[in-house]
Design a protein around this ligand. Sequence first.
Ligand SMILES: [Zn+2]
Length: 278
Amino acid sequence: MESITAKRALIVGLDGAPPEAVQMTATPHIDRLLRYAAYTWNAQSTLPTWTLQCFVSVLAGVPADAYELMSDPEGWLEPRTYPVPSLFDLAHQAGLGTAMFNNWHPLDTLPRPGTVDKLFSSEGDSGVVVREACAYLLREDPRLCFVHLADPDAAGHKHGWRSEEQCAAVARCDAHLGVLLGALEERGWLQETLVVVLSDHAGGMVTEFLHGCDDPTYSHPLVTTVPWICCGPGVKKGHEIGAEVSICDTAPTAALLLGLKIPESWQGRVVSDALTTQ
Ligand SMILES: [Zn+2]
């Protein structure tokens, strides 16, 4: 098995962005990434398709029912009590710098206290989040950096999933991604960084403006199917992944590429089809 192949990881969460909205929108930076990435437009979210729970799946490799969140009627959780380590735990224990920039305050509760060196949260204008993340990337060396952008979810709730407004929100996210990749490029880190761009869930169907919010078991494919794009050292280039991918597979794939030991408690699996050697 390969030893460490990526020096750092940047994970960008496009909240609520469905694959169709990304594909229908002019996204030059995502397009550029795809040329060097292994990707699928058919990755699967976890249930319930609620933001905090799904990002726990992304960063801690388990679906919500593994830690009894299904019983929470409000969709809130005490993530600090979820009984598995997150990527932040792993990176922090390995002495790697960690950072999280989010566009929705409840995500502050996702990392266990003390496992992120930099935690920034700002609701509303996602540009503020990206500016802060870029300033940090240009100044420090976070080896694990998670950036969350809320625009597609906000536009979906307000204007409907796959609406013109949601596509405009995806375009804003793409511009933000360009700025983040520009910061990596400026540091000379682009070739050595694992970049993952994904959504936590999509939406629509229950009503045009929701993503299964009232029903934790709601699993229509238009709500659960999300883009998952992975680019960096050890990753196939321009490769559409044929295997099934869950958002739970993000953490183990990133851990493997960062040389971190994958906890047995994680349910996600390494996306072998995305990798050149494993
Ligand atoms: Zn969400």
